[in-house]
Design a protein around this ligand. Structure first.
Ligand SMILES: NC(=O)C1=CN([C@@H]2O[C@H](COP(=O)(O)OP(=O)(O)OC[C@H]3O[C@@H](n4cnc5c(N)ncnc54)[C@H](OP(=O)(O)O)[C@@H]3O)[C@@H](O)[C@H]2O)C=CC1
Ligand SMILES: CC[C@](O)(C(C)=O)C(=O)O
Ligand SMILES: [Mg+2]
Ligand SMILES: [Mg+2]
Length: 331
């Protein structure tokens, strides 16, 4: 392996023993991190904006909710577990004027640091612990005695202990049970954005929509198109997740396997890779970041228009009906 991977034995949890950790936000990641840290015996408060409806939820889950300014003033580690788009304003208004000189700032994604939307003071450590999974999984696996693998990185090492602090935090949320891969803010930010745009979210949605539309336009029932191009994706993804292409190809039919290896490359030809390369260029040279920051400043007109279009897509309408047949799927 060309990367450093750290496990529980490589961490020093004592570094956190006398530290007060303030988790800003109680959404997907904030909820999981703060509950895991508390269950690891650490001193955690959840910093919430004034009037937040989440105060009661935090209390009911056994944690201490604190108004954001007070939480920041007393914190040794401030965790930015807020939407990326909210972080710069929260930093300017609350963190910059109130952060203690020796306190650390912790991120779960590097966008705002890497693209200069947050400029930290030199006297603060700036670290990242980014679980490679959604918050629910971070919590569920912790409760089962396991953990979600994490990335860790250091952008600023004012204390001389920033990396050890990040590793100790990864221990606290359970990530070091699975392994913590060392990276940089730059690498995490650019690969995360590329992955979600070209493959995981953007690429996959576009692939499923194109497959669904091709079958429906050829006269097949939308219900059939939904099952073949969307519903069964999970079956295939789960097999790849567990055991790579090898396991997936072990479980599908011989006919499917032959179709996979001969037709798949025609759907994603070399030209698709050229477009992927252009998407990566826009991430690397900051064009995507500038577009996204300006889109937010303009109150998200393109974002809302494109989301509305997809909400009306036949695949979504048919899917909602068919999922009604499968009560076991839940919400
Ligand atoms: N979602 C995921 O699975 C992953 C996320 N990440 C990263 O983790 C970070 C957090 O993401 P995620 O957990 O999805 O965030 P969420 O969108 O789930 O965060 C919601 C929380 O943020 C609070 N919040 C929202 N806006 C503000 C504001 N302006 N001021 C104060 N509080 C605010 C909300 O407060 P209230 O309760 O008052 O509404 C709520 O508690 C991001 O950097 C993201 O990139 C990394 C890996 C995976
Ligand atoms: C894949 C989307 C993601 O990058 C994630 C859950 O890791 C995100 O930003 O939500
Ligand atoms: Mg991600
Ligand atoms: Mg992401």
């Amino acid at each position: 392996m060309s990367v450093n991977i750290y496990y529980e034995n490589d961490t020093n949890p004592k570094l956190l023993a006398d530290k007060r950790i303030c988790v800003l936000g109680y959404g997907s990641q904030g909820n999981a991190h703060s509950r895991n840290l508390a269950d690891s015996g650490l001193n955690v408060v959840v910093g919430l904006r004034e009037g937040s409806k989440t105060f009661d939820k935090v209390k009911s889950q056994g944690l201490e909710p604190v108004e954001i300014t007070a939480a920041i003033k007393s914190a040794d580690i401030i965790c930015f577990l807020l939407p990326d788009t909210a972080q710069p304003a929260v930093y300017k208004q609350y963190v910059e004027p109130n952060i203690k000189p020796g306190a650390a700032m912790l991120f779960a994604h590097g966008f705002n640091l890497h693209y200069g939307q947050i400029i930290p003071k030199p006297e603060n450590d700036v670290i990242m612990v980014a679980p490679k999974g959604p918050g629910k999984l971070v919590r569920d696996l912790y409760e089962q005695g396991q953990g979600v693998p994490c990335l860790c990185a250091v952008a600023q090492d004012a204390s001389g202990q920033a990396k050890d602090l990040a590793l100790a935090y990864a221990w606290g949320i359970g990530g070091a049970r699975a392994g913590v891969i060392e990276t940089t803010f730059e690498e995490e930010t650019e690969t995360d954005l590329f992955g979600e745009q070209a493959v995981l979210c953007g690429g996959l949605s576009a692939l499923m929509k194109a497959g669904f539309e091709t079958l429906v336009e050829a006269g097949y029932a939308p219900e059939m198109a939904y099952f073949e191009c969307i519903h069964e994706t999970k079956l295939i993804i789960d097999l790849i997740y567990q055991g790579g292409l090898k396991k997936m190809r072990h479980f599908i039919s011989e006919t499917a396997k032959y179709g996979d290896i001969t037709r798949g490359p025609r759907v994603v030809p070399p030209e698709a890779k050229q477009e992927m390369r252009r998407i990566l260029d826009e991430i690397q040279d900051g064009r995507f970041a500038r577009e996204w920051v300006l889109e937010n400043q303009a109150n998200l007109p393109v974002y809302h228009a494109l989301l509305r279009k997809d909400e009306k897509h036949q695949m979504e309408q048919v899917g909602a009906q068919l999922r009604g047949m499968m009560k076991w799927l839940g919400e």
